[in-house]
Design a protein around this ligand. Structure first.
Ligand code: NDP
Ligand code: MG
Length: 384
């Protein structure tokens, strides 16, 4: 029996790589649902290649074009945000690959979990915003979440066979991004095109900027806290510029396990799709015999203040990570449009975290409201 996959965000960096994995193993997987927001050309091409059951285009203005292009096929075409959520609830798939970027990924993921579907989770913002509710849903519905984010996939892989053993801490490695070692006077003048050049990974624009500001690692600390049921002080970050060690688990006997490999997202994607099995592939291998150096250093949180803000959000919890995430999405959006500078992003996030009301035990509705308020507040600072 083939595993039927629904890729939410199929036209993005993770989505297209997930389709590459599916295309390499047609005997194991079929693509049943594909979704995009604006990129109708890519969605159409994917639908013609993979012949899914359903496609959804978020931007309703593109509906006619997609419908027309697929009129000779049995593919069902839907459009709009509500259709995206509805598609997640249709019982035509076994596993969702949650590869939408940002807060927009929360709703379809929650619906998939509610339907008892397993979720291969790339969309870290889902857990940053509402990790308590999402994990609770996963347990309640026995709907497993398999991490795709490379660090979390690494930890997940290290934990196989260790269910009874206590974790002392996890160490999330970070490449440091394109501005590793730089100081604020340099960062002041950084432009988007420079920030979009990540040394080790080719990813979507938002996560690439998050990697340059180290917000990505902050989001990942919160993601790890929820995925692995850790206390905030059990999550540590370490700069490792080569991105070969993807993360480390330290158990209570002091023993450490790490997962390693070349930086290639297809590996954690494939692992999520085939878990608990591993299957053969021809991805390039890391070779220790070649001249190599693996370096480690503490992150510079005085310069990359987003990581300090994320630690604060991790420690205080409540709706603070949600507020931080929303302000960050607006700040990154503005930076990508050259509306604010690199360091301004941190100021916007910090102001939102200071000014918006703190809720200690938020409901899902509180998270939606906090997200909206934080977006409006951040946008008002930038005058978007
Ligand atoms: P991309 O920007 O490349 O892709 C995002 C996808 O989501 C696209 O299919 C896009 O559609 C769709 N999308 C964008 N906005 C919306 C919206 N409002 N509603 C519905 N769909 C939307 O992102 P990435 O693939 O890089 O990242 C996806 C997620 O995975 C992020 O949360 C990121 O943090 C996480 N991740 C990514 C990694 C990577 O290597 N890229 C590594 C680890 C985690 P369209 O193309 O039409 O705009
Ligand atoms: Mg990561």
């Amino acid at each position: 029996m083939k595993k039927r996959i629904a890729i939410f965000g199929s036209t993005g960096s993770i989505g297209t790589q997930a389709l590459e994995v599916i295309a390499a193993h047609p005997e194991l997987f079929s693509a049943e649902i594909l979704t995009a927001q604006h990129n109708e050309e890519a969605l159409i091409a994917q639908a013609l290649q993979f012949n899914p059951n359903i496609v959804v285009i978020g931007d309703e203005r593109k509906y006619e074009k997609v419908k027309q292009a697929l009129s000779a096929t049995p593919v069902k075409v839907f459009a709009g945000e509500a259709a995206l959520a509805e598609a997640a609830g249709i019982d035509c798939y076994d596993m969702m690959v949650a590869a939408i970027v940002g807060f927009a990924g929360l709703k379809p993921t929650l619906i998939a979990l509610n339907e008892g579907k397993s979720v291969g989770l790339a969309n870290k913002e889902t857990l940053v915003v509402a990790g308590d509710i999402v994990m609770q849903k996963s347990v309640e519905k026995r709907a497993p979440i398999i991490p795709i984010d490379s660090e979390h996939s690494a930890i997940f892989q290290c934990l196989v066979g260790e269910t009874r053993n206590k974790i002392e801490k996890v160490i999330l490695t970070a490449s440091g991004g394109p501005f590793l070692g730089k100081k604020p006077n340099f960062l002041l003048n950084v432009k988007r095109d420079h920030a979009l050049q990540h040394p080790n990974w080719k990813m979507g624009a938002k996560i690439t900027i998050d990697s340059a500001t180290l917000m990505n690692k902050g989001l990942e600390m919160i993601e790890a806290r929820w995925l692995f049921n850790l206390q905030p002080n059990q999550v540590q970050t370490l700069i490792h510029p080569q991105s070969i060690i993807h993360s480390i688990v330290q158990f209570e006997d002091g023993s450490m396990k790490a997962q390693m490999g070349l930086p290639d997202m297809k590996l954690p994607i494939q692992y999520a799709l085939t878990f608990p099995s591993r299957i053969k592939n021809d991805f390039p291998r890391y070779d220790f015999r070649k001249p190599c150096q693996l370096n480690f250093e503490d992150p510079d949180i005085k310069t990359f203040r987003n990581l300090a803000l994320a630690s604060e959000a991790l420690n205080r919890g409540g709706n603070l990570p949600c507020i931080m995430n929303a302000a960050n999405e607006i700040a990154v959006f503005a930076f990508l449009r050259n509306r604010i500078g690199f360091l301004d992003m941190t100021d916007v996030i910090e102001a939102a975290m200071e000014r918006l009301p703190f809720i200690e035990n938020p409901s899902l509705n509180d998270y939606y409201e906090s997200d909206g308020e934080a977006r409006n507040f951040a946008a008002s600072l930038i005058r978007l």
